[in-house]
Design a protein around this ligand. Sequence first.
Ligand code: ATP
Ligand code: MG
Length: 201
Amino acid sequence: MSESELDRRHKERTRKHKEVVDAKIAKATIDKGLLLVLTGNGKGKSSSAFGMVARTLGYGRKAAIFQFIKGAKLVGERAFFDAHPDVRWEKCGEGFTWDTQDRQADIANARAGWEKAKEALADPDVHLVVLDELTYPVNYGYLSLDDIMPAIAARPPMQHVVITGRAAHERIVEAADTVSAIRDVKHAFRSGVRAQEGIDW
Ligand code: ATP
Ligand code: MG
């Protein structure tokens, strides 16, 4: 087949594809605050949530981040975002449970963090609420979905919420508008590479 015939066919195919895409875009007319869930065993859940924080701030809007379970160690995103006037950053845990080895302290931290998160979930000025690693205190039974789901449902209508963490509970998945389960195809850690600054923390 000649180059010009290939070009003609390509143009025809992409024109048809564009028509289909444009028709789908034209049908999506709703604006609303979303509940997004980033789950699965692969790397990229929290960093995706922080990407949405950057997007939010780029439009001069406010974001609130609640870091459950982790929090003792400084992570690069906290160093960056905590200094931002439009960010509220709360650490709601003193490290991994296997670091603290103190179940009662973990429970108290998670519950205190959730009380603060509820304030953000009631504040229409906060455009994006990140509940980072929320799945763990839920799955350990430290926080109750009977408290969490109604507070999320009653939030201001244009407020977005992102929940991250492995093994998101079925009730969270069901309530969500967008759910991504990130698959662990490979991770450098298993080849003996330790966590790298700027990439892993
Ligand atoms: P990130 O914060 O990099 O987006 P994440 O939120 O998807 O990662 P977490 O389970 O919260 O994943 O773990 C955070 C830390 O653990 C990061 O340092 C990350 O690189 C590392 N990590 C994530 N997934 C894996 C994995 N499958 N194997 C080993 N380490 C991982
Ligand atoms: Mg994470």
